[in-house]
Design a protein around this ligand. Structure first.
Ligand SMILES: C[S@@+](CC[C@H](N)C(=O)[O-])C[C@H]1O[C@@H](n2cnc3c(N)ncnc32)[C@H](O)[C@@H]1O
Ligand SMILES: COc1cc(-c2oc3cc(O)cc(O)c3c(=O)c2O)cc(OC)c1OC
Length: 336
């Protein structure tokens, strides 16, 4: 909460722009648009942030500040501010307020839905344009990071792929980044009609090998050589995941006479795998997201065994491969 407040006040930008490094408390107060009667409280706001880095050689001085590497993520326009907006938004926070009630009473409603008269997270977003924008902006900020790695370091994933559908692609960030990087590939972003309605302009204005399709993935998925599911399956329970995966399998299972088989590319967590081994903070990230997914959707972060069972049950007879770790997430390919 201190971080959210500091970001809203523009603290990271003021610290970063200061010619004095580290910047003193007095100069920081002057650089911010604070009411003069509030200057003294700035030290109290900054203290928990300074001490958050304790034990790593940071946080030794309480009245002079410079940005840590993580702090740089919170500069305006970066990934951090939209991430905070999403996770600390009052609508999103409802899940946490309802979690203990879920444990105490026999009703099985998803905590988020119990706090919203039975409406799902996606239904709430549709009704609230501000929350919808905040959600899709932060997912897009995440996609900028992930797309950068994907097109720079994982190009072999797209070898032989002539068409790709980004299912639940949200706004166009990921599909456009792939389309630009692979100009011969037909790239489609597929999401709920009210989500992609805002993306149409992008389609009209520019990248030729990119198009937009609105629809419900539970009613079918447009055919392609590859389907991309980035942070989709963790939003759903096993039953719904099976429906999605079966539909993806059909979508990539060969439309021409050669019956060329494609693949499903998944970007999601594999709990306990890859980069997280021996890394306490990565485990914390995975377990925190698991609880968030549970409280918001009855979704979950899955370990390798759980992924294996899903692929088997969804009929992926070609098996699967965990291609690489992307921090707490992994890139998985599943073959029909
Ligand atoms: C967690 S977001 C992931 C967005 C994007 N893949 C990314 O990683 O940035 C989940 C996406 O699934 C979409 N979605 C939810 N239900 C859907 C449905 N029934 N059919 C198609 N898309 C759906 C949401 O609108 C949202 O864009
Ligand atoms: C913005 O960066 C990330 C976001 C997510 C993420 O966050 C969510 C938050 C919600 O309140 C509801 C959701 O449905 C979601 C997601 O589905 C979702 O994927 C996840 C990330 O990595 C796992 C992000 O990058 C760090």
């Amino acid at each position: 909460m201190a971080l959210k407040c500091a970001v809203e006040l523009g603290v990271p930008d003021a610290v970063s722009k200061s010619p004095e490094q580290p910047i003193s408390l007095t100069n920081l107060a002057t650089a911010l648009p604070l009411h003069p009667s509030k200057n003294d409280a700035l030290r109290r706001l900054m203290r928990p942030l300074v001490h958050a880095g304790e034990g790593e050689g940071e946080g030794e001085e309480e009245d002079h500040y410079s940005l840590t590497t993580a702090g740089k993520l919170y500069l305006r326009g970066g990934f951090g501010p939209s991430y905070l907006d999403l996770h600390l938004d009052p609508t999103t926070m409802t899940s946490w307020g309802m979690l203990s009630a879920w444990f105490l009473y026999s009703a099985d409603a998803v905590p988020f839905e119990a706090g919203h008269d039975g409406a799902s997270f996606w239904e709430c977003l549709e009704k609230d344009p501000v929350q919808k924008k905040s959600f899709h902006d932060s997912m897009a900020a995440d996609s900028v990071l992930v797309a950068g790695v994907l097109v720079a370091e994982c190009r072999e994933v797209f070898d032989g792929v002539e068409s790709l559908v980004d299912v639940g692609g949200g706004t166009e960030t990921m599909a456009v980044a792939i389309a630009k990087s692979f100009p011969k590939m037909e790239c489609t972003v597929f999401d709920l009609p009210h989500v992609v309605a805002n993306v149409k302009e992008e389609e009209e204005s520019g990248v030729e090998n990119f198009r937009v399709v609105g629809g419900n993935m539970f009613d079918g998925i447009p055919p392609a050589d590859a389907v991309l599911l980035k942070t989709i399956l963790h939003d759903w329970d096993d039953e719904k995941c099976l429906e999605i995966l079966k539909s993806c399998r059909e979508a990539v299972s060969g439309r021409d006479e050669k019956k060329k088989k494609g693949k499903v590319i998944i970007i999601d967590m594999v709990v306990g795998n890859g980069d997280v081994v021996g890394n306490r903070e990565m485990y914390q990230a995975q377990f925190s997201f698991d609880l968030l997914m549970f409280a918001t959707f009855n979704g979950k972060e899955r370990d390798e065994e759980e992924w294996r069972s899903l692929f088997l049950a969804a009929g992926f007879s070609g098996g699967y491969k965990i291609i690489r770790s992307l921090g707490p997430r992994s890139l998985i390919e599943a073959y029909p």
